[in-house]
Design a protein around this ligand. Structure first.
Ligand code: ATP
Length: 468
């Protein structure tokens, strides 16, 4: 994201340095503007999937940093890139000062000892044709560690360390339960004495009764060996229990990062608010409405301009002239945008094309049906009505692109990348405005949202009004 540094005092909110992350003295891992794109799969390349799209953060030595977000937001890709199982497209990953994206050959192999990964599914991540001993010993063999006898000895000790028995050396993975298999996977990652481990949903596939045991083991090992963890998870209660800080990811970006308790008790970003509001509230006296997010996340091949969360954000900034518009109508206008975005991205089927050629309406019903569904019974101000008429004309001609441009011009704001101050002639290409990270408390807690900037109401005030 763009670089902007302002200074602030006291409670005034400040914007942090480049990419929102200043170097931390205790940082073991420093990630800067990291991108991992998966290239398109057709011969001409196609549009890449921007799985990780410019993230910056530090991981402190000995801490557990949680990484949460909806399925497909890029958590696994980020974890895999940190341990170099995936190559970065751009950006830096510095481990104790060395940029590991620059390493190759023997240097990379040597460095890999320091950074390991535990995978989600202990059913499929262990080779069933190898004995437990062979599985755990394999990294030692690859690195030609000491003598075969010493390797066997080390593996037996490790089995004990993770709560298994020395005698399990000659057994096969299928003879073990899910929790025990995950212990085998953990023993394997420990063989080369790494400093840093990415734990990718390490307990999600396990029975609830076993989850706590494995979590306790991970905590004990961290203390015993001084490990640093990146803990990827869906389950927010596990994250709250085990993590020191949490990063919230959406569409390849980090939306918010802060100390765990602070982030759970006082989330700053509208996306974090939405994510947390999906957790059932244990205290029945707390009056809290669930924030329903509309639509699905945009495709990481075609992220929106401006803020990555803008297309679904319940606190999106409105243009001045629509400040007073009815909330329900505003939500419906956002839904229309989503419907048209999805329509634009959907390949037309042969049947659709045939229907079009025959002069029949194709795809997901007509624009009149959509308008009926969304706006029937709503009092539309004349400016809204005029814009919607124009939009409908373009949709009837299957020109969703222009229809969307009209919607953005009329209802878009800085959140959608619109630059009201740009001094450009009509038709000129203007770069979309991107949000900056704002430091929202003295702990360095930061959030990617225009609403933290001066002149706007904070996200929680707006969400309070609209959802409570
Ligand atoms: N090898 C690949 N080739 C192309 N696209 C990929 C590849 N791996 C992941 N993706 C895409 O990258 C995006 C991010 O995926 P990723 O698995 O990192 O997300 P995630 O947050 O870990 O999801 P989940 O919680 O479901 O594991 C998704 O759109 C996914 O489809």
């Amino acid at each position: 994201m763009s670089q902007e540094i302002r200074t602030g005092t006291g409670t005034e909110r400040t914007v942090s340095g480049a990419d929102g992350e200043d170097a931390d003295e205790d940082a073991m891992v420093e990630v800067r503007d990291l991108r991992t794109y998966y290239e398109g799969d057709n011969l001409l390349g196609g549009t890449p999937v921007k799985a990780v799209d410019g993230v910056s953060f530090d991981i402190k030595r000995g801490e557990t940093l949680g990484l949460v977000g909806e399925s497909g937001c890029g958590k696994t890709t980020l974890g895999r890139t940190l341990v170099q199982l995936e190559s970065a497209t751009d950006g830096e990953i510095r481990f104790d000062g060395t940029d590991v994206t620059e390493l190759s050959g023997a240097d990379l192999k040597e460095w890999r000892r320091n950074a390991q990964m535990v995978f989600q599914d202990p059913e499929s991540s262990l080779n069933d044709r190898m004995t437990v001993g062979e599985i755990v010993r394999e990294p030692l063999d690859v690195h030609d560690w000491k003598t075969p006898r010493e390797r066997r000895q080390r593996v037996r000790e490790l089995l004990e360390t993770v709560g298994l028995q020395r005698e399990h050396y000659y057994r096969y993975p299928h003879q073990f339960s899910g929790g025990q298999r995950q212990r085998i996977g953990i023993a394997r990652t420990l063989t080369l004495e790494p400093d840093f481990i990415v734990l990718d949903e390490p307990v999600s596939a396990l029975d609830v009764s076993v989850q706590a045991e494995v979590i306790n083991l991970l905590e004990d090992l961290q203390e015993e060996f001084g490990l640093t963890y990146l803990f990827i998870a869906h389950d927010l209660s596990v994250v709250r229990h085990i993590c020191d800080r949490v990063a919230v990811m959406y569409l390849g970006n980090i939306m918010e990062l802060g100390p765990t308790e602070e982030l759970f008790a006082d989330p700053a970003n509208p996306y974090t608010h939405s994510l947390l509001s999906a957790i059932p509230e244990p205290d029945p006296t707390v009056d809290r409405d669930r924030i329903t997010l509309h639509g699905t996340p945009p495709s990481p091949r075609h992220p929106p301009d401006g803020c990555p969360f803008a297309t679904r954000c319940p606190a999106r900034i409105r243009p001045e002239k629509y400040q007073g518009l009815d909330d329900e109508l505003w939500t419906r206008l956002s839904t229309l945008r989503e419907v048209l975005r999805e329509r634009e991205r959907t390949e037309r089927t042969i049947t659709d094309r045939l229907r079009e050629l025959l002069g029949k309406e194709a795809r997901f019903g007509t624009i009149d049906e959509i308008y009926d569904e969304l706006f029937a019974g709503h009092e539309l101000p004349s400016a809204v009505e005029t814009a919607l008429d124009e939009v409908a004309d373009h949709v009837r001609e299957n020109d969703e692109e222009t229809a969307l441009e009209i919607l953005t011009e009329e209802f878009g704001s800085v959140c959608d990348g619109c630059n009201a101050e740009a001094d450009a002639a009509p038709g000129d290409q203007v770069d979309p405005v991107e949000p900056d990270y704002h430091v929202v408390s003295e702990t360095g807690h930061r959030s990617l949202c225009h609403r933290h900037g001066s002149g706007y109401r904070e996200p929680d005030e707006v969400l309070d009004d609209r959802h409570r």
